[in-house]
Design a protein around this ligand. Structure first.
Ligand code: ZN
Length: 304
């Protein structure tokens, strides 16, 4: 598959506004071919599209973008062989997320939306009764074979869960990928019990490093079609009937090699200097916990 995907222009998903200004221009090489990196999970970097800012509410989003229906098809067919390279780190990161969630809920039924290979559910099932939805057939099969997790549905809408089924719904590095985040959050709220929780992790486009790094910030990627700040994320959740109870920066554990890959868009001398240092010390595969303060994790409680 090397055809270019069909594109669509979109209005602001938060306030419906259509008055926008270009915040970052598209990089050469966007859009990628079908089956290429715009549908990949979070490890892929590359040329991103035109990123607009809503002049009414400040939300950042990609427009034009790959048509939503093609995007879902791409995610369904997505295989991310590189995912294995960071699987230990992802498991450790799952416990970092659980540490915050468990301050607000210790047990009950938990749904992970966009659960990928099930690394988070595998950690969460020590405390919760877990379910997941995930578009990638490859990832669902991995979860079943390796972790004995049955992931029945591709999307939350397709799962037709009954009202108020879950105590906690989690979205880890997911909200920035979905075509209709407001619609998704309404469905999340529908399946959540009154006083139930939602937990969201996403890059923070208002953070200091995003501001300083501008067009070179690692958060700008072809697969990310929305860029939230704490303010816009809070507004999204409040519109769906939630009240934010805790929000903080989210540090992560990754190998030095992965952290290095985040510098891909930087000037080559910077990249090469860090690469030489990492290789000189022979630490490419060693883990490092780093809070670059440019991802946000947030817990919100459903009102009522
Ligand atoms: Zn707006």
């Amino acid at each position: 598959m090397d055809a270019k995907p069909e594109l669509e222009e979109v209005a602001c998903a938060l306030c419906g506004g259509s008055r926008t200004g270009v915040r970052f221009s598209a990089l050469e090489g966007w859009p990628p071919s079908r089956g290429d990196s715009y549908a990949a999970t979070t490890d892929k970097f590359g040329a991103y599209g035109t990123i607009q800012q809503c002049l009414d509410c400040g939300l950042l989003f990609t427009s034009p973008r790959v048509r939503a229906s093609s995007l879902l098809e791409e995610y369904q067919e997505n295989k991310d062989e590189d995912f294995f390279l960071q699987s230990e780190a992802r498991s450790m990161n799952a416990y970092l997320s659980l540490a915050l969630i468990r301050r607000h809920a210790q047990a009950g039924r938990l749904l992970d939306v966009g659960c990928a290979t099930g690394f988070f559910l595998n950690a969460a099932r020590l405390s919760f009764e877990v379910e997941g939805v995930e578009p990638s057939k490859w990832a669902r099969q991995y979860a079943k074979d390796r972790l004995k997790l049955e992931i029945g549905s591709s999307t939350i809408e397709g799962a037709h869960f009954p009202d108020a089924r879950f105590d906690v719904v989690t979205l880890l590095d997911v909200i920035e990928h979905v075509p209709d985040p407001a619609g998704l959050m309404r469905e999340v709220a529908r399946v959540t019990k009154p006083q139930g929780l939602v937990y969201v992790v996403t890059p923070d486009c208002d953070s200091l490093s995003a501001t300083l790094l501008g067009s070179r910030w690692w958060g700008l990627r072809p697969a990310h079609i929305y860029y939230f700040s704490r303010k816009t994320l809070t507004r999204l959740l409040e519109a769906a009937g939630y009240e934010v109870v805790e929000a903080k920066s989210f540090g992560r554990i990754f190998s030095w090699g992965y952290w290095l890959s985040r510098l891909t868009n930087y000037p080559r001398p910077v990249y090469r200097a860090v690469e030489a240092l990492v290789d000189g010390l022979g630490i490419r595969d060693k883990f490092l916990y780093l809070d670059t303060r440019d991802s946000v994790e947030l817990v919100a409680r459903k009102k009522g």
